[in-house]
Design a binder for this molecule. Structure first.
Ligand code: CP
Ligand code: NVA
Length: 300
């Protein structure tokens, strides 16, 4: 089927991603002006959540509502997925009734399979491997604060996880340098490194990674689904906390980013996340605006 999906950032060309960022800024201003803009009247987005969510859930729900449409909030237990109905059947049934489907799940192969059988766009709302919607909001935030993203140096400090993988894709698409500092054994996916290597520097030492960086970004050390590894991870990531002394090694006006939820005292200090360099709540709000631009692009 020739349906446009958004399972990773690479599903859209760089030029389209940049247009979406500009559109997100426009839609943000439009919403704040109080204007009503409902290009998706009577359209429906099904949201399938197999993992917890605050930002993704609220931003898609409110975003669809502001664009004139509505959402269905589904979980495996509310549907026959929980009783073993095949994804191939679920995808064909749900997509015959709604205009788009957003999925948050564990195995990335599940969203790929769903998309294969879906007649409407499928949006990845986070898998174990990628979080492309987060990167749309992050790139919007950087664009708002800095005007341009190309040529910037961004330091990723911490776990080589799903958000890191999407950051690696973004590095190539938006042409910035991504310094990645992870403990040995917690590096990101090697295939994604290989695909984006022109824009990456893999480093173990966080001090080296953040040196002169324009942006320092981190995320939880134990993602959803890794709860059993938490103790072992807390040990492995000692020395990777983004605290003020680490931020001081970055560029003088460096900003601090985090997709949230954050664990103060672990991957970042309370001082940094609550401090003047932190833009985490602008990032979170931009989930709404960036995804409205995405929904408009895929559906209108
Ligand atoms: N950043 C993010 O995706 O947050 P939620 O898990 O709350 O959706
Ligand atoms: N890496 C985190 C991101 C949460 C938004 C997780 O997967 O749990």
């Amino acid at each position: 089927m020739n349906t446009q999906h958004f399972l990773t950032l690479n599903d859209l060309p760089a030029s389209t991603l940049k247009s979406l960022i500009h559109r997100a800024v426009e839609l943000k201003a439009l919403t704040k002006s109080g204007a009503i803009f409902e290009p998706l009247k009577n359209r429906s987005l099904a949201m399938l959540f197999s993992k917890s969510s605050t930002r993704t859930r609220v931003s898609f729900e409110v975003g669809m509502r502001q664009l004139g449409g509505g959402t269905l909030n589904l979980s495996p237990n509310d549907t026959q997925i929980g009783r073993g109905e095949p994804l191939e059947d679920t995808a064909r049934v749900i997509s015959s009734m709604v205009d788009a489907v957003m999925i948050r799940t564990d195995d990335h192969a599940k969203v790929t399979k769903f998309a294969e059988f879906s007649s409407v766009p499928v949006i990845n709302g986070l898998t174990d491997d990628f979080h492309p919607c987060q990167l749309l909001a992050d790139m919007q935030t950087l664009y708002e604060l800095r005007g341009s993203i190309a040529g910037a140096t961004i330091a990723w400090v911490g776990d080589g996880n799903n958000v890191c993988n999407s950051f690696m894709n973004a590095a190539k698409l938006f042409d910035f340098t991504l310094n990645i500092a992870t403990p040995t054994g917690y590096e990101p996916n090697s295939k994604i490194i290989e695909a984006n290597k022109t824009n990456l520097r893999l480093i173990n030492d966080p001090n080296e990674a953040v040196f002169n960086a324009d942006v320092v970004v981190t995320d939880t050390w134990a993602s959803m689904g890794q709860e059993d590894e938490k103790k072992q991870r807390l040990n492995a990531f000692k020395g990777y906390c983004v605290d003020q002394s680490l931020m001081n090694k970055a560029s003088k006006d460096a900003i601090f980013m985090h997709c949230l939820p954050a664990y103060r005292g672990l991957e970042c200090s309370a001082q940094v996340i609550e401090g003047p360099q932190s833009v985490v709540f602008q990032e979170a709000e931009n989930r709404l605006h960036a995804q409205k631009a995405l929904l408009e692009h895929l559906l209108a």
